[in-house]
Ligand binder design. Sequence first.
Ligand code: PMP
Length: 298
Amino acid sequence: MIDYGEKIWMNGEFIDADKATVHVMSHALHYGTSVFEGIKSYFDGEQQIIFRLDEHITRLRQSANTYGWDYEYTDQEIKTTIIELVKMNQGRNLYIRPFFFFGTGYDAIDINENVVKNFIITTWPMNEVPKDNYSLTHSSFVRPPLKVLNTQSKCAANYVNSNSIKVEAQQKGFKDAIALDINGNLAEISAANLFFIKDDILHTPDIECSILNGITRQTIIKIATDLGIKVQEGKYPKATLDDCQGAFVCGTATEMVWVKNLDGKEFDEHIYFTKIWEVFHSILYKQNQQYKEFITLV
Ligand code: PMP
C-alpha cells in the first residue's frame, strides 16, 4: 500500500491520516472542482531542500483564482505548514501535495457561498524516478483549448485528459505521449513539459499551446540561458520533431528525463541535456549557491 503520510493538515489542523475524511457527496468528487500542487523536497543526507516552494504556493492560488475560487489561508500559513510537515517526515525525498477542494452544501452544479471549502496538505515519500529507456509516442488526444479548460490552472478536471494521454501511450507500449494543442502544435505530455533540440537550439512549446507553464520548465529555460544555450519558445507543428536531435521532458515528479525512444526512433543523450541536468541536480541536492533563491532549507 502507498504510504500517504501519518499526519495530514486539514482545514487548519494536523490530524491522523485516517481521520482526514470527506463526504462522498463532495462537489469536487462529482464535478472536478479542486486545485492542487505537486512540490518536491529533496534530502541531501543532512537537510531537506524544498524546490521552488514560493512559486508553487503562488501557482496554487492562481489555479483557484482562474475559476473565481479562493481560500482563507495565507501563502505564509501554507508555507509554514508545509515546512512543518517536511520536518515531521524528513530523511528522504518527499512529494508534497496541497489540495483545495469543494465539499457538500450544493444542490446543483454551481458553487455558491453555501458550498464547503476544504484544504488539505500532505506529504509522502517519493522514490527515485526511473529514467532509463524512456519512450514517448504521439497521442490521439489533444490538450484542451483555453475556452474548454485553462491548462495554466492545476485543476483536477484537467487531469482526466492527462490520464487518457498516459493510459493510451502505455497501451501502445510507451511510457507517455506527446499531445498536440487544438491547432495541431506540440503541447506537452500527460503531466510534464516537453523540450527538444533542433539546429543546436533548445526548443519548447509556447505557453499559448495549451500547456502548463511548469516551474521546472521555467527553471530549465533559466539554467540553459545562463549556460549560453539558445532557447526558443514557439508554436511547432508535429512534423517539427521529424529531424530533431532529441528531446526530454520535465516536471516536479518527472524531474528531467531524456527521451531515449521517440516514437520508435532512438536518441543518445544530447550534451545540452547533460549540462542542464548537472546544474539542475546541483540545485536539488547540493544547494547550488548560484540558484539559492530556488530552494527552501528545512
Ligand atoms: N504539465 C502538466 C499538465 C503538469 O501536471 C505538470 C506537473 N505539475 C507539468 C506540466 C510540469 O510542471 P511543474 O514543473 O511545475 O511540476
